[in-house]
Design a protein around this ligand. Structure first.
Ligand SMILES: Cc1cc2nc3c(=O)[nH]c(=O)nc-3n(C[C@H](O)[C@H](O)[C@H](O)COP(=O)(O)OP(=O)(O)OC[C@H]3O[C@@H](n4cnc5c(N)ncnc54)[C@H](O)[C@@H]3O)c2cc1C
Ligand SMILES: NC(=O)c1ccc[n+]([C@@H]2O[C@H](COP(=O)([O-])OP(=O)(O)OC[C@H]3O[C@@H](n4cnc5c(N)ncnc54)[C@H](OP(=O)(O)O)[C@@H]3O)[C@@H](O)[C@H]2O)c1
Length: 280
């Protein structure tokens, strides 16, 4: 049976007209649900035009150590028709009530390998658009729990004003540079997939979709390998990918020929190096 609880929209930060960070708190008398970094929450709202409750899944961007609110990073779907739930959310105001179903999902960080040994391999996250959300949760979680595990967050967006969380992620990298990788090992890079459009004219960073971080020519190191300073292998890195199915496929096209295996097609000994969550 689905157990629905009531929540309040406590904060809305509009990044641009169709992209925003939303925070939710439990309604008085209710409790903030427990969750793991990488899980998603299901929001529900009554949609007047259809006279029914519409429920949709959203990856959680906050980290479980934050017991004040749950944060989501949401795109307002407008084409070809206005999305049902996102139109409610982008018309809402702080203080409005909504329902949620407790978080679930398996897009979580593994702390142990299938053989029981601790998994201390580097975590590389590739997020397209709002597919960055679960990785914000990973970064905040590893940072706030004092983890020494290396994490690299790579974000791809169409436009420079869609590089959500850029300031916070840059700050986390600054901290890593200041304190040293042995204490907090974090790197963040972003890429713009429509570099020739006028709006992106001042962008001088990486160009192309997020999977270009993995690509290389003539046995050269890929941008990711240059960033981490070594060849990426199954023994030193695990990948997490979130975005459109095309983003997942673009990454797998590079990683599969190198022998990397996804959780969904794991080896007989249950080992794998790639987890992904796609949104069609
Ligand atoms: C595990 C998971 C995590 C997710 N995490 C996030 C996240 O972090 N951030 C985020 O922004 N999204 C996330 N999503 C996507 C989210 O769940 C919704 O699919 C998305 O917000 C659109 O919901 P909607 O109700 O607004 O759109 P819908 O109403 O479901 O519309 C979906 C599509 O159908 C079209 N459509 C709308 N009405 C009609 C109609 N009457 N007839 C035909 N077509 C129609 C719309 O134009 C749109 O293209 C996630 C999805 C999953 C599965
Ligand atoms: N966990 C989930 O399942 C989840 C999480 C977050 C969001 N979503 C849903 O995903 C939808 C759109 O996400 P968004 O607005 O964040 O993405 P977006 O801004 O449209 O795209 C983000 C990046 O992905 C690229 N991209 C777009 N389509 C692609 C494709 N077919 N193949 C490869 N790359 C592609 C874009 O490149 P171009 O500039 O070349 O288009 C851009 O660089 C929303 O409906 C949202 O609700 C689902």
């Amino acid at each position: 049976m689905v157990v629905e609880s009531k929540a309040i929209i406590s904060y809305i930060q509009i990044q641009k007209e169709d992209l925003a960070v939303f925070r939710f708190k439990p309604k008085e008398g209710e409790t903030l649900p427990q969750y793991k970094p990488g899980q998603f929450l299901t929001l529900g709202a009554h949609v007047q035009s259809e006279n029914k409750v519409i429920r949709r899944a959203y990856s959680i961007a906050s980290n479980p150590e934050n017991r004040k609110y749950i944060e989501l990073y949401i795109r307002w779907v407008r084409k070809p028709l206005p999305g049902r739930l996102t139109t409610v959310l982008f018309s809402a105001k702080e203080g409005d009530e909504i329902t949620w179903i407790k978080p679930t999902g398996a897009f979580t960080i593994e702390e142990k390998k299938p053989n029981g040994e601790p998994d201390d391999r580097r975590i590389v996250c590739l997020g397209g658009g709002t597919g960055l959300a679960p990785f914000v949760s990973y970064a905040r979680h590893l940072h706030d729990t004092g983890s020494k595990r290396e994490i690299v967050v790579l974000h791809g967006a169409s436009y420079v004003d869609e590089l959500g969380y850029r300031e916070e992620l840059t700050q986390l990298e600054e901290e890593s540079l200041d304190r040293g990788k042995d204490k907090w090992s974090f790197r963040y890079r972003s890429t713009i997939s429509r570099p020739d459009e006028w709006f992106n004219r001042t962008w001088n960073g990486q160009k192309g979709r997020v999977e270009t971080f993995l690509q290389s020519k003539n046995e050269e190191m890929s941008p990711l390998e240059k960033l981490v300073g070594e060849k990426i292998t199954k023994d030193n890195t695990v990948f997490f990918i979130c975005g459109w199915q095309g983003t997942i496929d673009g990454c797998l096209d590079v990683l599969t020929p190198k022998g990397f295996v996804t959780e969904r097609s794991k080896r007989p000994d249950k080992s794998f190096e790639i987890k992904y969550e796609s949104y069609g």
